[in-house]
Design a protein around this ligand. Structure first.
Ligand SMILES: Nc1ncnc2c1ncn2[C@@H]1O[C@H](COP(=O)(O)OP(=O)(O)O)[C@@H](O)[C@H]1O
Ligand SMILES: [Mg+2]
Length: 262
């Protein structure tokens, strides 16, 4: 089957961002991308030099010599940058430790905030969803993601001070919206690692809804050990244990977001 035939009209480019590490960005990127790929044509861009998304989708280190780093530095896409991982309909642009240097190398490049956007221009026609797994900072890489994106998905770990942590991100999104990308908006907040036995999870969820209202997804991602096990086997949760609470949550999140973006 020609995959291009699956493509519907609009491409949603979604940056998965939160400057805090360990909150579930990569986990959400790979599992949401996998769940979306059951119905849509999806590209995942690994924008973190740790390359965790690339690993979790089973792309070997030896197959990552050309990826996001080259896309940003060259400013154009080449066929060999796009890898097929283990999930049908889900392609990947991989990252490796070279990407850590891009932050500095981009300083002297003209229109440096627009490199990713330019690089993706010719690609958008081929995908329904392009997800960008951002690094845990608000530096030049995340800025490139925010300029290229049509929306931001913020994974928020249900823990103490979670909301305080994202006020900086909210300000950055507002600033980018005003100066570089008027289309940008926070489209969804996803509560991650929710533990229903822990009162704190419930409190964080309530506070987040009070502050962000409808932007908070109804689907909450539970803390589920199978999710992290899956990553260590280089697999998304649906391919590792499709009956787990984690798999079901990410499938439900994909459905909820597809309804929102329709
Ligand atoms: N819902 C979850 N249940 C259990 N472990 C999770 C869950 N979400 C993420 N993790 C684990 O937490 C750690 C940090 O998640 P990760 O997605 O890498 O965060 P980030 O990309 O924001 O740094 C990883 O070890 C991951 O496997
Ligand atoms: Mg990550």
């Amino acid at each position: 089957m020609n995959n291009k035939n699956l493509k519907s009209k609009a491409t949603h480019i979604l940056a998965i961002a939160n400057q805090k590490g360990g909150v579930g960005k990569t986990t959400t990127a790979i599992n949401l991308a996998t769940a979306l790929a059951a119905k849509k044509k999806v590209l995942l861009i690994d924008l973190d030099s740790q390359g965790n998304s690339s690993t979790a989708l089973g792309v070997d280190y030896t197959n990552r010599e050309i990826g996001t780093y080259h896309l940003l530095i060259d400013g154009t896409i080449k066929d060999e940058m796009i890898k097929d991982g283990i999930v049908p309909n889900l392609s990947l642009i991989t990252a490796d430790e070279n990407l850590a240097g891009a932050e500095l190398e981009l300083i002297d490049v003209p229109e440096r905030e627009f490199r990713l956007k330019k690089g993706l221009e010719t690609l958008t026609q081929h995908y329904d969803y392009i997800l960008i797994d951002c690094p845990p900072s608000l530096g030049m890489l995340t800025l490139n993601a925010l300029v290229a994106a049509s929306g931001v998905i913020v994974p928020l770990q249900c823990e103490f001070l979670a909301l305080e942590g994202i006020s900086h991100l909210v300000k950055t999104v507002t600033r980018v919206q005003k100066s570089l990308n008027p289309e940008l908006d926070i489209r969804a907040i996803v509560l991650t690692m929710y533990d229903k036995r822990n009162k704190l999870s419930e409190l964080v969820a309530e506070d987040t809804k009070a502050f962000f209202g409808d932007k908070v997804c109804k689907t909450v991602i539970p803390r589920n050990i199978r999710i992290s096990e899956a990553q260590s086997y280089g697999k998304p949760i649906m391919l590792y244990d499709h009956k787990s609470s984690g798999a079901m949550a990410y499938i439900s999140l994909a459905k909820e977001l597809m309804r929102r973006f329709q």
